[in-house]
Ligand binder design. Structure first.
Ligand code: NAI
Ligand code: MG
Length: 395
């Protein structure tokens, strides 16, 4: 029997192109695992009205470890139109299966490393005051709370009477009291102390392991006094257990402005769901963009690892596939870290770093050329060739 069982969910579009590449790499480092395929995504929605099938949930519940590619999500109207005719009008509502999965399994610690590989032509370059340029070494991991905040899903257009009534009791709601129901949309930003504590603790544990001097909490407590206020309060509380690691505090707006000033100073950043989503994409943009952005959704029981990117439908039909598999392979390495196979993970990261540093093998995104059928003739490698180059370094 294999030592580990991994539920593989390629999903939609390029998820189907990159996930198999990560399995080739896991095999090359000798990861002892059995893989069980599970469906997720758009076809499931179209055929059954449910993008996250029961069997997939059962498999994740049983085996607790998942690798996920990407899914396609569409606004509700478009989703309804693409349902099989016999399912239309039956009350099916489209929910993003990844958001559902995070909430269902309480995958509340979303870990997003943004690490610049030397030699990546997409890395951020900064102009020096005295002339010339430098390339700061960015090694930032965003700890994004994955289940609550603005993405808790507690929202209404035209809130029901009792909700309206409750809102009317808040002094600040007076200004909105006259807005007709259909013209009023409300999303609740829910923060719980326990979840805040978990994300803060995960961030400090990571900082301790890596030997970093400080952790930044990035919120907006001067305006979002209650929710950001609680995040910050909990971060302060948690930090007391991790002396001498410092707790720094930034506001989300200022933090984004500072991205092009001193991004290398931020090693570990904690943020609530929406802010963490924005922040991790912003940092990813400094180190190569979506082709390099990996993530882990880590719960107490179940964990799922996935590239940050989506299904990129415009590239999904190209033969050969041209998208960059590094984000997916890097996510698989995070899975290895999670199951105490860190040495294998390090070998993978080193192989990626070697390929990027040499600069001979680059997917289209790394060449800053448009993606498309012509990319290969312009010197870009295919998805498979990029993996081949990584495998070569693992020999
Ligand atoms: P996307 O991430 O799929 O693609 C945006 C652009 O980024 C692509 O057009 C491409 O230029 C580039 N890109 C993405 N992955 C790349 C890779 N591996 N290598 C090179 N370039 C890459 O986001 P988009 O276009 O906004 O959404 C497409 C679909 O994916 C939508 O249905 C969206 O809802 C879904 N989505 C799913 C996510 C998930 O499964 N976790 C996350 C984000 C979007
Ligand atoms: Mg995002």
């Amino acid at each position: 029997m294999a030592k580990h069982t991994v539920i593989t969910m390629p999903g939609d579009g390029i998820g189907n192109q990159v996930l198999p590449e990560s399995l080739r790499v896991l095999k090359a480092v000798g990861f002892d695992a059995e893989y069980i395929h599970a469906d997720i995504g758009w076809e499931c929605w179209r055929n059954t009205g449910n993008a996250l099938p029961e069997r997939t949930i059962e498999l994740l519940t049983r085996h607790k470890l998942g690798l996920f590619g990407a899914i396609t999500s569409k606004p509700n109207k478009a989703a309804q139109a693409e349902l099989r005719p016999e399912l239309q009008g039956k009350g099916y509502v489209y929910y993003s299966p990844i958001v559902t999965m995070r909430q269902k399994f309480n995958l509340d610690i979303c870990m997003r490393p943004c690490i610049g590989f030397t030699g990546n032509p997409l890395n951020y370059i900064r102009k020096k005051a005295g002339g010339g340029y430098d390339e700061p070494q960015i090694d930032t991991t965003v700890f994004r709370q994955g289940t609550e905040g603005m993405y808790s899903g507690v929202e209404w257009t035209n809130p029901p009477e009792n909700i309206r009534g409750a809102l009317n009791t808040h002094a600040k709601f007076k200004g909105f009291a006259g807005v007709p129901g259909p013209d009023l949309a409300v999303s609740c930003r829910v923060i719980t102390r326990n979840a805040a504590k978990r994300i803060c603790t995960a961030a400090f544990e990571y900082a301790k392991k890596r030997g970093f001097k400080g952790v930044t909490i990035c919120e907006k407590p001067n305006v979002l006094r209650e929710t950001s206020g609680m995040m910050e309060e909990v971060a302060k509380e948690v930090s007391k257990n991790y002396s001498p690691i410092a707790l720094w505090s930034t506001n989300i707006d200022a933090q984004l402005m500072w991205l092009n000033k001193n991004p290398e100073d931020y090693k570990v950043i904690i943020a609530s769901n929406l802010f963490g989503d924005i922040l991790s994409d912003a940092f990813a943009g400094l180190v190569g963009g979506l082709g390099f952005a990996a993530s882990g959704n880590i719960g107490d029981d179940v964990s799922v690892f996935e590239p940050t990117h989506g299904s990129a439908p415009k590239y999904a039909e190209l033969d050969p596939p041209i998208v960059n598999p590094i984000a997916m392979i890097f996510s698989a390495a995070m899975m290895l870290d999670h199951v105490n196979e860190g040495q294998k993970a390090d070998r993978i990261r080193k192989a990626i770093a070697d390929v990027v540093r040499e600069g001979k093998v680059r997917t289209y995104d790394m060449m800053r050329i448009p993606g498309g059928a012509k990319s290969i003739s312009q010197g870009a490698v295919s998805t498979v060739q990029m993996t081949d180059a990584i495998l070569e370094k693992l020999k």
